[in-house]
Design a protein around this ligand. Structure first.
Ligand code: GLV
Ligand code: MN
Ligand code: MN
Length: 414
């Protein structure tokens, strides 16, 4: 094996890039609203493409807008080693979720270029389309298309709550590429991300060596009652859809509480007609169940499904629910985890092994290529929040371990 390298990333440059690109969708509270395939997403994509081209990378865009920047290596017969995450955010997102993985990868790429370091394999940096699943459900949609989990047509047909289709929006912003999804191949992928939870901070660890991702299931629920006058309809004669939804939300919360460390959440709700003097006639809400063990997730699903009709019957309302998405629990590739461990030791950071509570593109990519992730702490474990905060040192540490891990893997290809 050739000697270890000592390439050092520039944390200040990474930080400046994170703060600079936060202008694309900046919110007054210091976060980012950069919903996937929006005008703001187009702006950051254009910027990302230009930056990668400045580094001498070729940038390819596939038919679902996934972006791949490729720097050649010594051996053109080898598939690239990839780093990647996402540049889209939640509606009240922070500056780091996803963005750190892409811009940390960009910092690693900039470091390779500055030092004129030639890797054995080409190195690739990926921006996956619609990781968040907030505007267009489900999450991790276009890494899922890449991995063959969803068809291209399924992705194009996803609608936001205004009825706008993802395929039309991709075309409108100029990111429906000509290349078939899955055609731009790589041999392994490392994803850097903030932890989005409190463990690293609580234990004063700089790096999370991520061993897998918990299972996730998403559902959509519609409760139907009867619209009627709030003043004139006696309490005992109401068919109140919102009251039904409220009791169901409590029952769903209890499903999580009964299956710890499982989690059960309702995050989106629409009440119709949403008028102060109309008993609500229809409510739509979403459900998100997660657990590291698929057998327990089955149980949680059964408990959730049993609770809804019981509550509906008590209140004289109707309920329909459907599961719209499953992302099974994932275990990452041991040979890549070993590279992250080696890269962390090389940099001298305290670390611990951990599973991811959040979904990530890496979870789908793991189906088609060896994949793993690197976590860094975030303040108070807060994420999906404009206040999301991670320090310059933590971002720099993550990018350094990412570069070290990629190079550790690349050295095995000599
Ligand atoms: C993606 O951010 C998810 O975990 O839902
Ligand atoms: Mn993310
Ligand atoms: Mn997210």
């Amino acid at each position: 094996m050739t000697a270890k390298t000592n390439l050092t990333v520039n944390p200040q440059r990474l930080w400046d890039t994170l703060m600079d690109t936060a202008r694309f969708g900046a919110t007054p509270k210091g976060g980012i609203k950069r919903l996937t395939v929006s005008d703001e997403d187009k702006k950051v994509r254009d910027w990302f493409k230009a930056e990668c081209e400045k580094l001498g990378c070729r940038v390819e865009v596939d038919e679902v807008g996934n972006m791949f920047a490729i720097r050649p290596g010594k051996r053109s017969d080898l598939l690239p080693v990839a780093m990647g995450s996402h540049l889209d955010t939640q509606p009240t997102g922070g500056k780091f979720d996803g963005v750190l993985g892409v811009l940390g990868g960009l910092e690693a790429m900039r470091t390779l270029v500055d030092m004129g370091y030639e890797t054995n394999a080409p190195i690739m940096l990926v921006n996956w389309t619609n990781e968040e699943g907030s505007r267009f459900a489900p999450a991790m949609l276009c890494s899922g298309v890449y991995a063959g989990v969803f068809s291209v047509d399924y992705a194009y047909a996803r609608e936001d709550r205004q009825g706008i289709k993802l395929g039309d929006e991709l075309e409108r912003i100029g990111y429906k590429g000509a290349i078939k999804a899955g055609a731009v191949k790589f041999q392994a992928m490392f994803e850097l991300h903030i932890e989005q939870g409190p463990i690293l901070e609580a234990e004063s660890k700089m790096i999370g060596v991520v061993t897998g991702v918990q299972g996730m299931r998403w559902y959509e629920v519609t409760v139907k009652g009867q619209e009627s006058h709030t003043g004139a309809t006696p309490m005992g004669l109401r068919r109140n859809a919102l009251l039904g939804a409220a009791r169901m939300i409590e029952a769903i919360h209890q499903v999580g509480m009964a299956n710890l460390p499982g989690v059960a959440s309702v995050g989106l709700i629409e009440n119709r007609p949403n008028s102060r003097n109309v008993v609500p006639g229809e409510v739509f809400f979403t459900v998100d169940l997660r657990h590291p063990d698929e057998a327990v997730l089955d149980l949680m699903e059964a408990q959730y499904k049993a609770a809804l009709p019981k509550i509906a019957a008590e209140l004289g309302v109707e309920v329909e629910e459907k599961r719209i998405w499953i992302s099974p629990a994932v275990k990452f590739a041991p040979e890549l985890i070993a590279c992250v461990r080696a890269g962390t030791e090389q940099a001298g950071y305290p670390s611990r092994d951990m599973a991811s509570g959040a979904g990530h593109d890496a979870a789908y990519i793991a189906r088609v290529a060896p994949t793993t992730m690197i976590f860094v702490p975030c303040l108070g474990g807060i994420s999906h929040n404009e206040a999301e905060s991670t320090t310059l040192e933590e971002c720099g540490a993550g990018a350094q371990v990412l570069l070290n891990a990629v190079l550790a893997y690349d050295r095995t290809l000599a």
